[in-house]
Design a protein around this ligand. Structure first.
Ligand SMILES: Cc1cc2nc3c(=O)[nH]c(=O)nc-3n(C[C@H](O)[C@H](O)[C@H](O)COP(=O)(O)OP(=O)(O)OC[C@H]3O[C@@H](n4cnc5c(N)ncnc54)[C@H](O)[C@@H]3O)c2cc1C
Length: 180
């Protein structure tokens, strides 16, 4: 069985197929664990969790809890999210290595027909193929949206949120959108 893409769908599918005795070829570009781990749920929920903690700390004095110098260090938040992502990827790499009937290639491939794929110059053939290559963000065709994109340069696709280096100035962004 050939599985293209090792995200939330491809990675567990490879393990399930292997557990049923299939010989699996698993291909992936990007992280083992896909968008969910690398740019989706895990980093975004780490940021949401950190934000909630920060908000709770700001409100803590209403409950009689006094905390001095509450500051949000966005770099530390990003570091925390990054650590979770890297630990997750390493854990997945260790797991897949345990599956002796899964050949795992860290390259992208493209389908030649319903049973064959090409990876570099090599062609692989399988009895079944699962295409689990995920989705990509797309800017919706809303009139004027490209102008906002070009002038503000602050229009984040989900894939870019995980790559932020500084805390976005959301208030400025909202103000500028309303002004434009
Ligand atoms: C910001 C954000 C937050 C999210 N939060 C949640 C959440 O809280 N809970 C939840 O359930 N879901 C969440 N999601 C959705 C979740 O990430 C997706 O539903 C999930 O990743 C889809 O899995 P997938 O396997 O279909 O695709 P992906 O995870 O995108 O995996 C596909 C993989 O295939 C690889 N690939 C593509 N083309 C090729 C090729 N030709 N050859 C080899 N490999 C290839 C890609 O690089 C990728 O690694 C979130 C998504 C985002 C963006």
């Amino acid at each position: 069985m050939i599985i293209i893409g090792a995200g939330t769908s491809g990675f567990p599918s490879a393990k399930i197929a292997a557990n049923y005795g299939k010989k699996v070829l698993l291909l992936r570009e990007g992280a083992l664990g896909g968008k969910y781990l690398e740019k989706g749920c895990i980093p975004s929920k780490a940021m949401v969790y950190a934000t909630n903690l920060y908000k709770s700390a700001l409100k803590a004095k209403d409950f009689g809890i006094l905390i001095d110098n509450i500051t949000l260090d966005f770099n530390e938040v990003l570091k925390y999210a990054d650590t979770l992502v890297h630990e997750g990827i390493q854990g997945n790499e260790k797991q897949i290595a345990l599956y002796k009937n899964v050949d795992y290639i860290k390259k992208n491939g493209h389908c030649l027909n319903e049973n064959s794929i090409e990876v570099g110059n090599v062609v692989y053939t399988g009895s079944n193929m699962l295409v689990s290559t995920g989705t990509f963000p797309r800017i919706p065709p809303i009139e004027g949206i490209n102008t906002i994109w070009q002038t503000l340069e602050k229009f984040y696709k989900t894939s870019q949120v995980a790559e932020l280096k500084d805390l976005p100035q959301i208030e400025n962004l909202i103000r500028e959108i309303f002004n434009s």
